[in-house]
Design a protein around this ligand. Structure first.
Ligand SMILES: O=P(O)(O)OC[C@H]1O[C@](O)(CO)[C@@H](O)[C@@H]1O
Length: 398
């Protein structure tokens, strides 16, 4: 066990035995992050019901907006990326995620602002909601009940969709996302139907079952993903825009839960630049020194290596609904796997499953979400507590 200089303790080397002992898992997860992560399917169902109770019809009256801005930070901000990709390139209006306080200068009465904040008090979401109200834009607010955000929505006579405050923001992705999607559906921007929501929730439940703490590493995809990543620098690339949202989400959870540095993004873009990492000191250069016959007793401490996680969209998208032909995405994903193999860089692949965009996204997010928690636990880190975030807020007076 090591102590960090500010009193944070953990193990530098991951301890696999923790993951195979459900009691040890529970002991290292006093805040119940695994339980919250397992509630994803329930979040989808509950949020759909809460959105149905909100007066979203108010939005419909003024017809299709000029643009939709989704304002929020952190996980709340990710909901804007989800909406943009689920709406897809055929969306009739621009969908713009916005991550700083206020709204872009052009926002006015023709636009819709969806302000999202799990706590209902982030300055980014509150600033956007106030600005939308001042400028006469239509507003929808999504966040904690009885919060400042709810007050702004009430003042603006705008629909408010509550997100019960049970889990920390990053374990509330689905509770935050579903209201955003349903508001956009009311505006005619996405085609998410009840069956899509039910199937997404069912897939999240099934994945939570596969990733439960009592399922041992060799049958638990999240534990094996976590153990594969242990000690490495994860590089997470998504093969399509949808898979890229999942890749960035994995970057968020690996950083916040497991406190791992991550490179995450779109494979299309990486292929023109960052793929060069595979040749570097943490890639091909270190892999060329890997000695599989070395005596573990005499071996030097294991050097830090890259570990590639490729999130593949699975080829279920209709060609006419994507930015790029599917065949291009698939060839690129095959190519990076070949490249990694040539350099000796280990690669994990998660392939999307399901019929709707939302279900496919869920299938790419669920196992990595659990893996980020198991990786924290294997290092003896409490995935719930991120003292650096609190300290950062104190130091910057925010
Ligand atoms: O959803 P909220 O409450 O606005 O918080 C935004 C972000 O800020 C944090 O709470 C950190 O302060 C993140 O966990 C979260 O995603």
């Amino acid at each position: 066990m090591m102590e960090g200089t500010a009193g944070v303790s953990g193990r530098r080397v991951a301890d696999e035995s923790i993951l195979d002992d459900p009691e040890a898992v529970a002991a290292h997860d006093p805040g119940g992050m695994l339980r919250f992560t397992a509630s994803a399917g329930a979040q989808v169902r509950e949020s759909a019901a809460l959105a149905a109770e909100a007066n979203l019809a108010l939005l419909e009256d003024e017809g299709r907006p000029r643009a939709v801005v989704i304002a929020g930070i952190g996980t709340a901000g990710r909901t804007g990326d989800v909406l943009a990709t689920v709406a897809g390139p055929r969306c009739p209006v621009p969908v713009i995620p916005h991550r700083s306080a206020g709204v872009p200068g052009w926002v006015g009465a023709a636009d819709v602002v969806i302000a999202v904040s799990a706590s209902g008090r982030s300055p980014e979401a509150l600033g956007a909601a106030e600005a939308a109200h001042r400028r006469g834009a239509r507003l929808v607010a999504v966040g904690a009940p009885d919060s400042q955000l709810q007050s702004v929505a009430e003042r603006a006579r705008a629909p408010f969709i509550p997100v019960p405050r049970r889990a920390p923001a990053r374990a509330s992705l689905w509770a935050l996302t579903v209201p955003v999607l349903l508001a956009a559906r009311t505006l005619g921007l996405v085609k998410v139907n009840e069956a899509d929501l039910a199937e997404t929730a069912a897939r999240l439940d099934a994945d939570a079952d596969r990733c439960r703490s009592t399922a041992e590493s060799f049958v638990n995809p999240a534990k094996s993903l976590a153990l594969g990543l242990a000690g490495s620098i994860p590089i997470v690339w998504g093969s399509s825009p949808l898979a890229t949202v999942a890749a960035r989400r994995f970057g968020d959870t690996l950083s916040a839960n497991a406190r791992y540095p991550v490179v995450a993004g779109a494979l299309g873009e990486a292929g023109r630049g960052r793929v060069g990492l595979l040749d570097g000191v943490f890639g091909g250069l270190v892999e060329s020194t890997r000695d599989i016959f070395a005596d573990p007793g005499e071996a030097e401490p294991d050097p830090t290596r890259l570990r590639l996680v490729l999130l593949r969209d699975g080829g279920l998208n209709a060609d006419d609904d994507t930015d790029e032909p599917l065949a291009v995405e698939e060839r690129r994903a095959d190519a990076v796997q070949t490249l990694a193999e040539r350099r000796g860089v280990r690669c994990d692949v998660v392939t999307a499953e399901g019929g709707s965009a939302l279900e496919r996204l869920a299938s790419l997010v669920a196992v990595p979400d659990f893996a980020s928690v198991y990786l924290a636990l294997a290092h003896g880190l409490d995935p719930m507590a991120v003292p650096a975030v609190t300290e950062m807020k104190e130091l910057s007076n925010q």
